[in-house]
Design a protein around this ligand. Structure first.
Ligand code: ADP
Length: 434
């Protein structure tokens, strides 16, 4: 390009000389000098004109169009135009990359806050804003400890020991536990990551409660069994035969209790670990319920008035053993929680939506409304001692709920204390078969 400028300058001089030469020869020396100087003046004006255009463009806004030129100035402006275009493209690519990073940050399930060594916020994503009630538009530049003032959080930042995360019970959102980790990076920058671990905490608490409950449930009968066995082993002859038999009867009762608990635990565990949907066998429900009715009669031992009505569909798609366990639990509960002389009615019928329902209605002790939502929790009992006396494990309705969920069914409970209860297992039309 520089060469082209010189070439054009020489070409202009050559052109000027080739005009002034003939003027010198044919008109005179004086006129030749005048022509030469006029040419140079015009050339100077041409450059000054475009220089002024360039200065005006330089002083103008950044996105102003590069002016058009003529001759060498056309080349100069074209070069400038190319540079401006490349710079704009680079800027756009950078802006797009930044936008992609910003969107990736927004898509993160964790909260992210970037802050500098003065703890001033440089940026944050939507999750962090929701965890700490921050405003991404106005809180930038504010010290993070001015906005998140919980003493444990401030102490964590002040200590500057970020090898271990901080577990923070979020004051701003009840029941929320946040795991906070600060990662220093680059030039005195810090990345704060906040993760909502409330669900994990709840699961961990449930697991802990479950282990404690199982241990507690097993401990009582085991203590009784080992106490009587030790007593008899130590001095068997010291006890009359009837007493010994009575103690052994108690041992058998407690062993049965442990056996039932372990059976229910195994059933629950099998339900939880088996495939998401149970096998879709054709289950002959009337036949299954007939067996359950006989078992219920045996359990009642004639102490209750029992009825069985069956006018529902002939079969369900599902798993026979699971349905048997669920229906059996509902029927045995009705007998166990209904005083002698009461009535228990088992009923298999179609529903208005085209599905089917197995319901068990009793005239038993009933349940206060506040307990109903919790009945399907493992080991939840309204009356612990009554449940134990009647051989309950506290797991029956948890099993029922699992089985129904696996069959896309739902459990409905209506109850009135002192009057009785009605438990219905409802199945959708998709489970009905001929
Ligand atoms: P349990 O082995 O203790 O009976 P379940 O899970 O089967 O455990 O039932 C949970 C609790 O629900 C029982 O302890 C009892 O308090 C209550 N319950 C269940 N069925 C009935 C019913 N038919 N009448 C009254 N209370 C019931």
């Amino acid at each position: 390009m520089v060469k082209a400028v010189w070439l054009r300058a020489f070409f202009f001089l050559f052109l000027l000389c080739s005009v002034t030469g003939p003027v010198w020869i044919f008109v005179g020396r004086q006129q030749a000098w005048e022509t030469f100087c006029s040419g140079l003046l015009l050339y100077l004006l041409y450059h000054l004109w475009y220089l002024a255009k360039l200065m005006r463009w330089l002083r103008g806004p950044l996105d102003a169009r590069v002016p058009r030129g003529f001759g060498v100035w056309e080349m100069a402006f074209a070069g400038l135009h190319r540079r401006v275009r490349i710079r704009l493209e680079q800027q756009n690519a950078l802006a797009r990359a930044l936008e992609r990073f910003r969107l990736a940050g927004e898509a993160l399930p964790d909260g992210v806050i970037v802050f500098n060594r003065h703890r001033q916020i440089d940026g944050l994503n939507a999750q962090a804003a929701s965890h700490f009630n921050l405003n991404p538009a106005t809180d930038r530049g504010q010290p993070v400890t001015n906005l998140i003032r919980q003493p444990e959080f401030v102490a964590y930042l002040e200590a500057g020991l970020y090898t271990e995360p901080l577990l923070l019970q979020n004051d701003l959102q009840r029941g929320q536990t946040l795991q906070i980790q600060v990662i220093p990076y680059g030039d005195d920058q810090n990345l704060l990551i906040s993760r909502d671990i409330s669900q994990l905490e709840r699961l961990e608490n449930m697991r802990r409660d479950f282990v404690a409950n199982v241990s507690h449930e097993l401990k009582t009968p085991l203590t009784v069994v080992s106490g009587f066995v030790e007593m008899l082993v130590d001095d068997f002859d010291a006890y009359p035969r009837e007493d010994a038999l009575h103690y052994l009867g108690l041992v058998r009762e407690q062993s049965g209790r442990m056996q039932r608990l372990i059976d229910d635990l195994l059933t629950l565990s099998a339900l939880e670990t088996s495939r998401l949907t149970p096998v879709d066998d054709r289950v002959d429900v009337p036949a299954l319920l007939q067996v359950i009715f006989q078992e219920t009669q045996a359990l009642s031992g004639g102490r209750h008035q029992l009825e069985f009505h069956c006018d529902g569909p002939t079969a369900l798609l599902g798993c026979a053993s699971e349905l048997r366990s669920a229906f059996g639990n509902l029927a045995s509960n009705a007998v166990r929680y209904t005083p002698d002389g009461g009535k228990v009615v088992l009923c298999w019928s179609g529903t208005a939506e085209g599905g089917a329902a197995f319901s068990v209605a009793d005239t038993g002790i009933g349940i206060l409304a506040q307990h109903i939502p919790r009945l399907t929790e493992r080991f939840y009992r309204v009356d612990r001692s009554r449940s134990r006396e009647t051989g309950g494990t506290g797991l029956g309705l948890a099993i029922v709920k699992h089985v129904l969920t696996r069959h896309q069914g739902r459990l409905e409970v209506e109850s009135e204390p002192g009057k009785g209860s009605r438990f219905s297992a409802n199945f959708p039309p998709s489970r009905i078969t001929a």
